[in-house]
Design a protein around this ligand. Sequence first.
Ligand code: FAD
Length: 508
Amino acid sequence: MKLEIRKIIVLGGGSAGFLAAITLKRRAPSLDVAVIHSSKIPIIGVGEGSTFTLPQYLHGYLGINPSHFHQTVKPTYKLGIRFLWGPRESFNYTFNAQLDARFPGMSKPNGFYCGDNFSGTGLNAALMDRNRVFEKQTDGAPLIHTDVAYHLENRSFAKYLEGAARAIGVRIIDDEMTGLEQDENGIKRLHLESGGTAEADLFVDCSGFRSELLGRAMGEPFVDFSSSLFCDRAFAGGWARGADEPLKPYTTAETMDAGWAWQIEHDHLINRGYVFSSAFLSDDEAAAEFIRKNPKVKDPRLITFTSGVYERSWVKNVVAIGNASGFVEPLEATSLAVICESSALLIETLVDSQFLIHPTARKYYNQTARHTWDSIRRFLAMHYKFNTRLDTPFWKACREDTDLTGAEEIVEYYQTSGPSVMWSHHAMGPTDQFNWEGYLVMLVGQKVPHQVDFTPSIEEAKAFEQFRRKILDRAENAFTLREALDIIRSDHWQWHPDFYRKASRWGS
Ligand SMILES: Cc1cc2nc3c(=O)[nH]c(=O)nc-3n(C[C@H](O)[C@H](O)[C@H](O)COP(=O)(O)OP(=O)(O)OC[C@H]3O[C@@H](n4cnc5c(N)ncnc54)[C@H](O)[C@@H]3O)c2cc1C
């Protein structure tokens, strides 16, 4: 049966709820969009790393003014993730090519030459190694590009989005949903704590892990990813940045006894979190290890989660976005990007169909959502399967038992053919945000053995070294993150009007 959409209620006022509401209203101003959220049910308060998708989405697709955003939310830039992982001291995962590239005149792609010398194969990675963020242009301005993500504080981000939603006409109601009525088409109306009711044609469930509408009301089955991803808890905490703690342009992901720890860089705060598996470590043991490594953290907060996804995200007249639809642990900080992509898919589908939804559109939406989550699952599984840094019971179990579903062929191709870039498009599929580059970085970064017996000639090894040196030297002269932020946040800084528009890939 077709579904006609004129009025939409978004349940939830976290980053998912407001991003979805802004997307809907901005792209289709004639829609009646309301956000219902309860100030008695706090937002999750974590979700502070992102991928390159987020800035492009905010400023390119949603048209949020970057100057205002930088001055108000004060995001910092993230060039990638520094992994303290596997046998190398560290390696850098970035949002642009390192190993997927081939230096001019070389007989093979970069990955084949990265035995011990990984750094300097791409500019962003080199910038990370030098603790710099953007190159200097001849006029003295930072050369900002779009292969870069944000670190942002979750609460101030959600607050900002709330203001942006209100400014474009989204109605915002502080109330709690306490019950609902359904019929054969889905949800008819919500019952609110204030005594009122709320009706809509479409309900967007952004109620976080509670998944009030999709999980609880519609009873959609949950697909658990724990055979691939063993972690199910996190301790989060942070401290005020000291004068001897420079602002880094990247997230750090550090191997821990039963999981890993993030370090996220805010202006004046350093935010740490230990993601661990309760099957291998008690809460007390995890807290003790976390504090031992981060003595400045006081009273870390425990968050519990299950990695997995609801079988379908869109059932009848309920579409879930954000943690209400699925969550894969935060090792690659992908949730905000999935929220953006899902919100854009939803509204573009509505606009194209003149707000009449056919079951086939719902089916395609659901297939895309599942592929997206499955591609994150398989990519993260690989991080666990091959990390040889520690020999604790957790890491031994990861190496033995991690279910690589969906990534087996990619890994097999690498193991037999080395860091080749042939077949990358074929293997990836359309919804994999990590690309072949991401897989190569994790496989070569962790020194996963392969069967290709290749030793570069002396000339090639020398040439490779020279290319690396050149890139590292370029990075040496770039701006530090603090310097770049001071310029970007100043009243003199002007964004070119087309800067983000060109990068936006969602149309409109
Ligand atoms: C440990 C951890 C680390 C993470 N790190 C990252 C990261 O680095 N990067 C990233 O992209 N993501 C990360 N995430 C995911 C992150 O949580 C989400 O990206 C994100 O913040 C979206 O949250 P949300 O809006 O779906 O839910 P929430 O922030 O939980 O918001 C839920 C909203 O629903 C409302 N609500 C719920 N029930 C009702 C009701 N009955 N009536 C009215 N209102 C209701 C609440 O009031 C609230 O407003 C992390 C998650 C975890 C657990």
